[in-house]
Design a protein around this ligand. Structure first.
Ligand code: PBG
Length: 332
């Protein structure tokens, strides 16, 4: 048979496959989410996220040192607020000595080079478990945006490198940028959760932070997963309002959105490989139905191939261990 082009030539050995691989994972690609709780010497496994933990601040600092030693250079902080401190306006979110503010200071002091990003939304502080202020059963936009802007300034004042608003209120990126400028935090970045969808895959995270909505769902602010073009609109508006990076979340069922956004904006694009995506792989691997390491690498590679410049993932440590000092190409 005469064939002018034989595509298998470029697939015939690991060496040639590695040479022509278009997508390579490296520790630089990862943002490590951390769940912080009050107390001392506390490390508790999250039941719906096997192998992932909530830690008190002292243990979190130790974990951050370990991450840094492994070559992981970016963390994204979430705190679990005490029920007694929760109210409708998320007052505790602005406490200069709140758990988030103390955590930022302690981490930056222990590992100054670590890039610290912080979650900005009211749900861990809200007595209703919603990302915004509730009035007459509705999540009100503008009053929430004011609190989010103050919250961002408070995180910046504590030393956060980036604030990451995950609330999906309208106009919050512009308001946060303005508030940061006004308070002279000219070096604080904004990673906007621009295309955040109302997803069932957040379940395990809500267990981790005990932050499930007390009534209803989040569909009046998080996006409808039937929509693609709307994600482009959200991302472009966030960039116009001053976002330094945009994010697509979840990731695995949204690879088309990652690519669409990547093709539409001129800022780095991140995606969030969320809790439910983590739990699915852990569960199937535990049953012996898939190979854990291969599934993790294939999943993360697909996100980067889709267009993600970086990936927030609970698998970051696992992957760096698999890398064994080098980058991963095709899992080989
Ligand atoms: C809420 C927030 C959520 C996640 C990050 N920030 C959950 C939600 O919107 O209810 C989910 C992360 C994950 O599932 O891993 N501000």
């Amino acid at each position: 048979m005469f064939l002018p082009r034989r595509n298998r030539i470029l697939r015939q050995s690991p060496a040639i496959r590695n040479l022509v691989a278009e997508t390579i994972l490296s520790p630089n690609d990862f943002i490590v989410p951390l769940f912080i709780i009050e107390g001392e010497n506390q490390v508790a496994e999250i039941s719906s996220m096997p192998g992932y933990f909530r830690r008190s601040l002292d243990m979190t600092v130790m974990e951050v040192k370990e991450l840094w030693a492994m070559g992981l250079q970016c963390v994204l902080l979430f705190v679990k607020s005490k029920d007694a401190l929760k109210d409708n306006k998320g007052t505790e979110a602005l406490n200069p000595d709140g758990l988030m503010q103390r955590s930022i200071r302690a981490i930056k002091e222990a590992v100054p080079g670590m890039l610290v990003m912080t979650d900005v939304a009211l749900d861990p502080y809200s007595s209703f478990g919603h990302d915004g202020i509730v009035e007459n059963g509705e999540i009100v936009n503008d009053a929430t945006v004011e609190v989010l802007a103050q919250m961002s300034v408070s995180h910046a004042a504590s030393g956060a490198d980036f604030v990451a608003p995950s609330d999906m209120m309208d106009g919050r990126i512009g308001a946060i940028r303005k508030a940061l400028e006004k308070s002279n935090h000219h070096k604080t970045g904004i990673m906007a959760y621009s295309a955040k969808y109302a997803s069932c895959f957040y379940g395990p995270f809500r267990d981790a932070l005990d932050s499930a909505p007390g009534f209803g769902d989040k569909k009046t602010y998080q996006m409808d997963y039937a929509n693609r073009i709307e994600a482009v609109k959200e991302a472009m508006m966030d960039v116009e309002e001053g976002a330094d990076m945009v994010m697509v979340k979840p990731a695995l069922s949204y690879l088309d959105i990652i690519r669409e956004v990547k093709n539409s904006v001129d800022v780095p694009v991140s995606c969030y490989n969320i809790s439910g995506e983590y739990a699915m792989i852990k569960a199937a691997a535990k049953m012996g139905w898939i190979d854990h390491d291969k599934a993790v690498i294939e999943t993360l590679t697909s996100m980067k191939r889709a267009g993600a410049d970086m990936i927030a993932t609970y698998f970051a440590k696992d992957v760096v261990r698999m890398m064994n000092g080098g980058a991963i190409v095709n899992g080989e």
